[in-house]
Design a protein around this ligand. Structure first.
Ligand code: G4P
Length: 509
């Protein structure tokens, strides 16, 4: 096994309340990374206190920022990338999914597939990220298992393959039947938490035995190839709260989830086994400490063995920087990293030199592709309360769009800048950070646009389009042309009239 084959870099996707936080705690607990369940939230609270704008999180009791948690188990290093657990998610969440090799999809057994599960699933599908499904809360009364299986298959157009099956649910919950080994694990003790004992010789009541037979026979067999291609999801049942089925889930990631995958670049596919150290920034978090205006850029290592002090060239900068104090994110503490392997995430402190989407490489000869901007779903005009602060506003909007908090569009005509987001919450973060960090008071007003599309085509085609649509043309912060559309209909109408132009809902950098 080469050093990176034992890495599993993954995220958990779910709708709020499905049990992601609880499952995260239990995964870390099993991995020996923390000793008391509940610390994920406690740590979260401590972290939230660090910065002013994060008060929004406190007030609403949610987590806006993602973090990285690393734990080890049986020789495998797991990197769990947390995604914000709120309905109103942001581009952070999308981008984090570009840095993982696989995902666990958590579904509440009583609710089935919910809207955010579905949205996040679609982002995974865009990149063929393989998914293991965990149907949670079987200790409570839920929907019929066959129903849930069918829903996953139908709504997500995936093959489903049950790997385990609950024996009863809620009050009559008896345990989990492992469909591969035929063993049943049963809850124990006063709180009926799983203590690790496996009953080997169980005789199932006929009714239950019939159900297991149906479960076993009624679905496609597990195929590693289909799972890794993103066409099939193995399904596990369990209870995060009772720590039931969690060990099986970790084992599944260790056994089936892909090790670090090759990444697409302008220079072709970069294999993790390549000697040169390369990686890309998928997230920048600013002002973790309000006393210092520092930022942490999160880099996913794609190839090579990173050593502390190494010089890497960011694609946005053109000259090398020495990475003296990289950070590895262990669950308990942030530890200074001495070395890291493909699949690992490194935090690089910087003063704004590193941007989301940047490639870092030893020889400055690679540019990763596929780290997209997503078409904003909400567009707002930014109105200054004090018009003399235009310069500060421009700087703030540029900074915050670099961080991926918002997207900014500068119209070709007029001076009213437009910000775009994929979730309402990003707007609150924007206003709050403008005030706290840039001393700029601003208001947001409805914009006459509904969505935006990046334009790609020959200069001639772009010019023709611009001549007729000046009012609807803007530049993003990189100066690239964007069509500001009034409606989805507007987009298809223009697309029809301008067959030489591509109207793209995502922009790859
Ligand atoms: P999230 O991060 O996906 O939003 O969900 P979280 O883990 O916070 O869980 C949401 C609620 O569901 C919590 O209850 C949690 O205890 C409960 N829960 C999670 N997993 C299970 C499970 O396997 N079985 C059962 N019965 N409940 C589960 P809460 O009352 O909202 O919060 P708390 O006061 O318990 O923290």
């Amino acid at each position: 096994m080469s050093s990176h084959d034992n890495r599993r870099t993954f995220a958990i996707i779910s709708h709020p309340d499905a049990g992601k936080t609880t499952l995260t705690e239990k995964l870390l607990l099993q991995g020996g990374a923390i000793h008391l369940a509940g610390q994920v939230k406690a740590r979260g609270a401590a972290r939230r206190a660090r910065s002013d704008w994060m008060k929004i999180e406190q007030q609403r009791g949610i987590s806006v920022t993602s973090s990285v948690m690393t734990f080890e188990r049986q020789g495998i290093t797991f990197n769990l990338l947390d995604t914000p657990g709120h309905e109103d998610f942001s581009e952070d969440t999308y981008r984090t999914l570009t840095a993982v090799d696989s995902a666990i999809m958590v579904i509440d057994a009583a609710k089935g597939i919910e809207p955010q599960t579905r949205k996040l699933f679609e982002v995974c599908r865009l990149r063929s990220v393989p998914i293991i499904t965990f149907i949670n809360k079987v200790d409570r009364e839920g929907r019929a298992c066959f129903d849930l299986m069918d829903e996953v298959a139908d709504m997500l157009a995936l093959d489903v393959c049950p790997m385990s099956w609950p024996v009863g649910m809620g009050g009559v919950f008896e345990g989990i039947y492992d469909l591969e080994t035929g063993k049943v694990s049963r809850p124990e003790g006063p709180s009926r938490e799983f203590l690790g004992k496996v009953d080997q010789d169980v005789t199932l009541p006929t009714e239950v035995a019939d159900e297991m037979e149906l479960a076993q026979g009624g679905y496609p067999e597990f195929s590693l190839e289909d799972y890794r291609a993103g066409n099939l999801t193995p399904v596990y049942f369990g209870s995060a709260l009772k720590n039931f089925g969690v060990a099986e889930l970790i084992d599944a990631i260790a056994r089936y989830a892909p090790p670090p995958r090759p990444q697409p670049s302008e220079q072709g596919t970069i294999e993790p086994s390549k000697d040169e150290v390369t990686g890309f920034i998928f997230k920048v978090q600013a002002n973790m400490d309000p006393m210092h205006r520092d930022r942490i850029a999160f880099m996913r290592l794609v190839s090579g063995t990173f050593k502390r002090g190494m010089k890497l060239t960011p694609s946005g900068l053109g000259k090398p920087i020495a990475v003296h104090s990289p950070i590895l994110f262990f669950a308990q503490d942030r530890e200074i990293a001495d070395s890291a392997e493909p699949g690992d995430i490194i935090g690089i402190p910087n003063h704004g030199t590193l941007r989301v989407g940047d490639t870092l490489s030893e020889r400055n000869d690679v540019r990763f592709t596929g780290l997209p901007n997503f078409a904003p779903e909400i567009l707002r005009r930014v109105q200054l309360k004090d018009p003399t602060k235009t310069k500060q506003l421009r700087k703030a909007l540029d900074d915050l769009s670099e961080e991926g908090v918002i997207q900014v569009f500068y119209p070709e005509i007029g001076s009213q800048w437009i910000v775009g987001v994929v979730g309402q919450l990003q707007l609150e973060v924007l206003i709050s950070r403008l005030e706290a960090e840039y001393k700029v008071e601003a208001m947001l007003e409805p914009a006459p646009f509904d969505t935006a599309r990046w334009l790609k085509g020959t200069d001639a085609a772009l010019k023709t389009f611009a001549d007729f649509n000046k009012m609807n043309l803007a530049r993003d912060r990189d100066g690239d042309p964007v069509f500001m559309a009034r409606s989805a209909w507007d987009v298809s109408y223009q697309q029809e009239r301008n067959p030489d132009l591509a109207f793209s809902a995502t922009k790859e950098r």
